[in-house]
Ligand binder design. Structure first.
Ligand code: MG
Length: 391
């Protein structure tokens, strides 16, 4: 197949409150260390035919998206009261600059494969609506209470999965038209609007996580598919000069002080060192290569963006950060009073548990540039888990 020049967006719906996981919305539960919703988001965003990904989150979880998994990921929008209303919000968010095609995917299906995405997109060349589905294998019983009342003919019955693909205008129109009628998937809206809906083959492993048991199955599938992993570490080092000012940025927080760090960005040398460490772990060059100071885009930039982008590169390379250890070298400011806030902020940016973020500080006993208060240095070690095969 030749590369398509048709614009394609993906809407990932993670709007549900999910009550079966002890209060925590299931889309934020971790699967192999990564929040459930990030799995499909990354797979969709890394697909070459998809140009942007629109995430829909419950409004109470909206906040700033600390680490966009890809430059293709747009800021999340708030969902509605139902799945259908949430999809509608995602579609409306894209409507200002409408794509030709859209894939609508449930974040509760983290293991969607690139091959499946490719099948849905390929079939969209021939039909305005496409769903992946698998034939029903189990014999279907209708029951009244615990007593079987009959056996259904499963011939011709399929279980629908996501991502479901549509011509964008047609599905947006259907969502607007049938906004008051609750339907269980987007294809049902397409059917109601009279669009022909085509089937492509789904995948067994594209399971929907509904219960904690499903999460265990997904965990087993991921671990088996990934094969043995090894830990790899990268290190980073950075220095910025101190000048008079109103505070320094370190580890993503601003510490008020009568001085500031000088730099093209916010000059957060701790996050710069960690960014370099992440890049080092995957052999992807250094921060200056990815974010050159000559680029006006990074003037005054908040350095969490650099770290987030380095983490997205790591994700694309199959590596996931499991530990970050930062040492800040300075006489002032005192780091100890800010250490926990720094850990929390780095954990937020990296999506690591706080226990996997270490912030240390040392002086140089008055020696050298740091000792004279001319600048602040930071070093970092980032440890990632990556496939032992090097693939
Ligand atoms: Mg720097």
């Amino acid at each position: 197949m030749t590369a398509s020049h048709t614009s394609t967006a993906a809407v990932v719906v993670a709007g549900g409150a999910g009550t079966r996981f002890g209060g925590e919305p299931k889309q934020f539960r971790r699967l192999a260390g990564k929040p459930l919703l990030v799995w499909s988001l990354e797979t969709l965003a890394s697909h070459p035919e998809i140009d942007r990904v629109q995430l829909v989150l419950p409004s109470e979880n909206l906040g700033p998206w600390p680490a966009a998994p890809s430059v293709k990921a747009r800021s999340p929008v708030a969902g509605g009261a139902t799945r259908q209303a949430s999809v509608r919000q995602g579609l409306e968010a894209l409507a200002g600059d409408p794509p030709a095609r859209v894939l609508i995917h449930d974040a509760a299906r983290p293991l969607v494969s690139r091959a499946l995405i490719g099948r849905v997109l390929a079939a969209l060349d021939r039909a305005p609506a496409v769903i992946p589905a698998l034939p029903v294998r189990d014999t279907l019983k209708r029951a009244e209470g615990a007593r079987v009342a009959g056996t259904l003919d499963r011939h011709g019955l399929f279980g629908a999965q996501t991502p479901q693909g549509f011509a964008f205008d047609a599905i947006l129109d259907a969502h607007r038209r049938f906004a008051g009628e609750e339907m269980t998937d987007d294809a049902a809206l397409a059917e109601a609007a009279g669009l022909p809906v085509h089937l492509v083959e789904g995948e067994m492993r594209n399971i929907k996580i509904t219960t904690p048991g499903d999460l265990e199955i997904a965990e087993a599938l991921v671990t088996r598919a990934a094969g043995p992993e090894i830990s790899v570490s990268g290190q980073g080092f950075d220095v910025h000069r101190l000048v008079p000012g109103d505070g320094v940025w370190l580890c993503g927080i601003k510490i008020p002080a009568p001085f500031a760090l000088l730099g093209h960005s916010d000059a957060d040398c701790a996050l710069h060192a960690l960014t370099d460490a992440v890049l080092g772990a995957i052999g992807a060059g250094d921060i200056g290569m990815h974010f050159p100071p000559s680029d006006e885009r990074w003037r005054g930039a908040s350095s969490d963006q650099f770290l987030s982008r380095a983490l997205a590169l790591a994700g694309a390379a199959g590596a996931r950060l499991v530990h970050a250890d930062i040492t800040i070298i300075c006489e002032r400011p005192k780091i100890a009073p800010h250490r926990e806030a720094m850990r929390a902020r780095v954990a937020e940016i990296t999506r690591l548990p706080v226990a996997r973020v270490s912030i240390k500080a040392t002086t140089t006993e008055g020696l050298g540039f740091a000792g004279r208060g001319e600048g602040i240095a930071a070093q970092a070690v980032a440890t990632v888990r990556i496939s032992a095969s090097g693939a």
